[in-house]
Each structure stands twice: as structure tokens, then as C-alpha cells.
Write a protein that binds this ligand. Structure first.
Ligand SMILES: [Zn+2]
Length: 122
């Protein structure tokens, strides 16, 4: 048995674990629980709602289309929509900063924003 080699392997293993832990920590920091639900239509912020207040409303988008947004128990999702692909309805509920539900046909983006308020990215 080569004791030195085993020791080196252990050091390698420990550093891999540390690196993984650090990466996980950075990811967790970047993805904090959200505070606001930001509704963007065609790239412009059209409304902002608090994530901790239950809500159900119809978002009117271009051409008289409708997406029904639901905020429930700190999560936001599209309950129904009249877009052809219904991809926004199929997307899972979002609750953490940076997560989005997108309805491409309606140019609608529902985004979770964090503590620092609403950053308007144009
Ligand atoms: Zn859609």
C-alpha cells in the first residue's frame, strides 16, 4: 500500500467536495427567495406584484390575448392562456429570483425579483 498516494487522493477528494460546496453556495446566494412578481410585456415592465399576496388576474397582452396569472403561497404561475402553444401554462411555478415564465406568442415574461426591488433591464 502506498500511503502517500492514498493521502493525495484524500486531499483531492476533499478539494473537490469543497469546490462543489462553494459552487452550491454561490448558486444559493444568486437564487434567493423572490419578493416580487414582475410582469413584462414586449420587454417593458407593465406591472409588479408582491409575491406574498395571493392573486389571480388576467394579463391582457397584444392583440387582446389573455394570460391568467396566479400568485399563490409564494409562487407564481400561469393558470391558463389563449396562446397556441400553451408553453407558459406548462411551465412550473416560480418562486426564486431570476426564475421566469415566458409566453413567446404573447411576448410576455413573468419574472421573480428579489429584495433589492425591481431591476429594470432594458
Ligand atoms: Zn403562452
Amino acid at each position: 500500500m502506498d500511503k502517500k498516494r492514498i493521502r493525495n487522493d484524500l486531499i483531492l477528494l476533499a478539494s473537490i467536495l469543497l469546490a462543489a460546496l462553494a459552487a452550491w453556495g454561490v448558486l444559493k446566494l444568486a437564487q434567493r427567495p423572490g419578493k416580487y412578481v414582475v410582469v413584462e410585456i414586449d420587454g417593458k415592465t407593465s406591472a409588479v406584484y408582491p409575491l406574498d399576496t395571493d392573486l389571480r388576474l388576467d394579463i391582457k397582452t397584444e392583440g387582446g390575448h389573455v394570460n391568467t396569472l396566479v400568485i399563490s403561497e409564494g409562487r407564481a404561475y400561469v393558470e391558463s392562456a389563449d396562446c397556441p402553444d400553451k408553453l407558459c401554462v406548462k411551465q412550473r411555478a416560480i418562486s426564486r429570483t431570476g426564475e421566469t415564465v415566458i409566453c413567446l406568442p404573447h411576448k410576455l415574461v413573468i419574472r421573480i425579483a428579489g429584495e433589492g426591488g425591481v431591476d429594470t433591464v432594458s
